[in-house]
Design a protein around this ligand. Structure first.
Ligand SMILES: Nc1ncnc2c1ncn2[C@@H]1O[C@H](COP(=O)(O)OP(=O)(O)O)[C@@H](O)[C@H]1O
Ligand SMILES: [Mg+2]
Length: 235
């Protein structure tokens, strides 16, 4: 059963000069435990699609459903709560808070959830362990490499135990070896915790890990690859 679904989704940006058709009749479905890749060149609508799936922005036409519930009927604050609790977002530029340490950055979403101190500490410790950052918990983002920053961003996305992770070009700012390590980490977390992962990227070398590959071109989404078994992908 789909946990997140886009049905006939369109997005038109109206600027003074022109109308930009960023997405055209997009249908897309994410199920528990999925590991999906969406390929698309720059400007094809990748970030737009993630913004709509996560409720940051609203479609011009069509509907997004989270656990069968249409996001359209919700207020901004209701959508914010859903995004905070159910969806983990990973941005290309990491978006870490520079004045907070690694563990404080990861703790931040739990503060927004008003979780108690002890439980927060426990969760942060656990998730830093999962992404291999325990030793760096007191560092500031400026004292980390790109790959380490991306691990912090992943930890921060995971700490609320979302059912879905949406990642926007998660390897875009990393060298290819570090990028592949990050993807393998995400795949590992996907297998262990059944969190569904959607990665949008222009990097085709990541496709080897995908269970299913989609192509986004000029706002049109099509299915590209067959469903593949997870063992093949890790081989
Ligand atoms: N806020 C906006 N206003 C107008 N046009 C936009 C806006 N955001 C994105 N676009 C346009 O929509 C298209 C898709 O953009 P985007 O989703 O950012 O693509 P990608 O992430 O694949 O690079 C592009 O043509 C882009 O210029
Ligand atoms: Mg983008």
């Amino acid at each position: 059963m789909a946990i997140l679904k886009a049905e006939g989704v369109e997005k038109v940006y109206s600027t003074q000069a022109e109308q930009v058709y960023a997405l055209r009749k997009v249908n897309f479905e994410i199920k528990t435990g999925d590991f999906l890749m969406i390929n698309g060149p720059s400007g094809s609508g990748k970030t737009t699609l993630l913004n709509l799936l996560s409720g940051i922005d609203q479609p011009t036409a069509g509907n997004i459903y989270l656990n069968q519930q249409p996001l359209r009927g919700l207020s901004d604050s209701e959508r914010t709560v859903i995004r905070r609790d159910k969806i983990g977002l990973i941005f290309q530029s990491f978006e870490l808070i520079p004045v907070l340490t690694v563990s404080e950055n990861v703790e931040y979403p739990l503060l927004l959830q008003k979780m108690g101190h002890q439980q927060r500490q426990k969760r942060v410790k656990e998730v830093l362990e999962q992404v291999g950052l325990r030793e760096l918990s007191k560092r500031l983002p400026s004292q980390l490499s790109g790959g380490q920053k991306q691990r912090v961003a992943i930890a921060r996305a995971l700490v609320t135990r979302p059912t879905i992770i949406l990642a926007d070009e998660p390897t875009g700012n990393l060298d290819s070896e570090t990028g592949l390590k990050i993807i393998r980490l995400m795949l590992d977390l996907n297998r262990k915790y059944q969190v569904a992962v959607v990665i949008v990227t222009h990097d085709l070398t990541l496709n080897q890990y995908a269970q299913q590959i989609y192509q986004l071109r000029d706002g049109v989404l099509t299915q590209k690859g067959e469903i593949r078994d997870v063992e093949d992908r890790l081989a």
